[in-house]
Design a protein around this ligand. Structure first.
Ligand SMILES: [Zn+2]
Ligand SMILES: [Zn+2]
Ligand SMILES: [Zn+2]
Ligand SMILES: [Zn+2]
Length: 377
């Protein structure tokens, strides 16, 4: 009997020890010294492709964007250095001060990711899937990142030759767009303005002109970001001003078509000229013109800047890029490298695709007739 009681006592003591180890001394923080911020829990940052900082998150009065708070129920030191994290976020927020100061505003949403800095000023969401401006700002950043991913896949550019961070501004007022575009793109515009090169910039006004709904916005981003990243790759030289407008505008049209199924963005063409053109269906237009013997050959586009390109030249520039990008993956950066160093299109085609310009033109013609349809695109 005494032996049995001895066993029982031992079991009981073991159970007590086990209970002491399994249950935290401080239930609210589970001995982590910190608890999740309740105020933020209802306002998550909804992001598909990731982000680094968000001013809405940082604006939380309880946690300063860290999403954790020190436990008030115990003395345990927090698992993470919450003070240092808050200070880092605060430092980032101050890097956006010049924008707020120039615009004389404190209510612009600021987000950034690995490849973009976004200033978002829409008071209502343009996206069906986002119900408020905060979610819409993250959805915008996702769209921007998508363009970056596509450019990397299309171009074959290595990380060392695509190092720029693009600044993107999205405004709901024309006055703000004018003020921002004059300052950061160096071009005063009430609609769309951009700056090419090492630190590219895009500034847009949403809700007016050709930018009225989600589809318009997605198309515009696809087109303009194609320009920005192509101008950023390698030596950050904009090919549209370097006698290779066919690749600059052709690739932008290609990205626009791939994303939205149609082409409606014509850079450096007056509103009147665009109106006169109407809506072209690019595939059938190329087919019809080449059947009529009105093909604009790539050789004839070599040496022209983007602004100098007539609509028909842009149409065929699009088709040459349409033939280069999907059938020859990851050759775009190689083309850009050759063209950036003042070489003619013939040499760029030879280096990047391994064929003469004459053979390229013939191969394009065969491919185009076999691929394009009068009913499509
Ligand atoms: Zn919070
Ligand atoms: Zn957020
Ligand atoms: Zn605690
Ligand atoms: Zn363009």
């Amino acid at each position: 009997m005494a032996r049995f009681l001895g066993w029982l006592t031992a079991f009981w003591m073991l159970a007590l020890v086990a209970r002491g180890q399994g249950e935290p001394a401080c239930a609210p923080c589970k001995d982590r010294g910190m608890v999740a911020c309740k105020l933020c829990a209802s306002k998550p940052c909804v992001s598909q492709r990731g982000y680094l900082h968000c001013s809405v998150e940082i604006g939380c009065g309880d946690c300063g964007g860290v999403r954790w708070r020190e436990c008030t129920q115990c003395e345990k030191a927090p698992e993470k250095d919450l003070g240092a994290l808050r200070a880092e976020l605060e430092r980032w927020r101050h890097t956006r001060d010049p924008i707020d100061e120039h615009m004389a505003r404190r209510d612009i949403l600021h987000l950034d990711s690995k490849h973009y800095r976004l200033a978002f000023d829409l008071t209502r969401s343009p996206f069906k899937a986002a119900s408020n401006p905060h979610d819409a700002a993250h959805a915008t950043l996702d769209l921007l990142e998508r363009s970056w991913d596509e450019f990397v896949a299309d171009s074959g550019a290595g990380p060392q030759e695509l190092t720029g961070i693009a600044s993107v501004y999205l405004w709901s007022g024309e006055k703000d767009q004018e003020k921002a575009s004059s300052k950061w793109t160096l071009e005063k515009s009430t609609s769309v303005a951009k700056l090419m090169g090492a630190e590219p910039v895009l500034s847009l006004c949403f809700g007016k002109g050709r930018l009225r709904d989600e589809r318009d916005l997605e198309r515009e981003f696809a087109h303009q970001l194609a320009h920005l990243w192509l101008s950023n790759v390698h030596k950050s030289i904009w090919l549209g001003g370097k006698k290779a407008g066919w690749l600059d505008e052709g690739y932008a049209h290609f990205c626009e078509q791939r994303r939205s199924g149609s082409i409606e963005v014509w850079c450096a063409l007056s509103a009147k000229a665009q109106e006169d053109l109407g809506k072209w269906r690019f595939e059938s237009e190329v087919l019809a013109r080449s059947a009529d013997g009105a093909t604009v050959e790539l050789a004839s586009l070599s040496g022209l800047d983007t602004v100098a390109l007539a609509p028909a030249q842009r149409l065929f520039a699009w088709s040459y890029v349409d033939y280069i990008v999907p059938p020859h993956p990851a050759r775009l950066a190689q083309l850009a490298r050759v063209l950036q160093s003042d070489k003619p299109t013939s040499e760029a085609i030879q280096t990047a695709l391994g064929v003469s310009l004459t053979d390229f033109q013939l191969a394009w013609s065969t491919w185009m007739k076999a691929t394009y349809s009068v009913r499509k695109r």
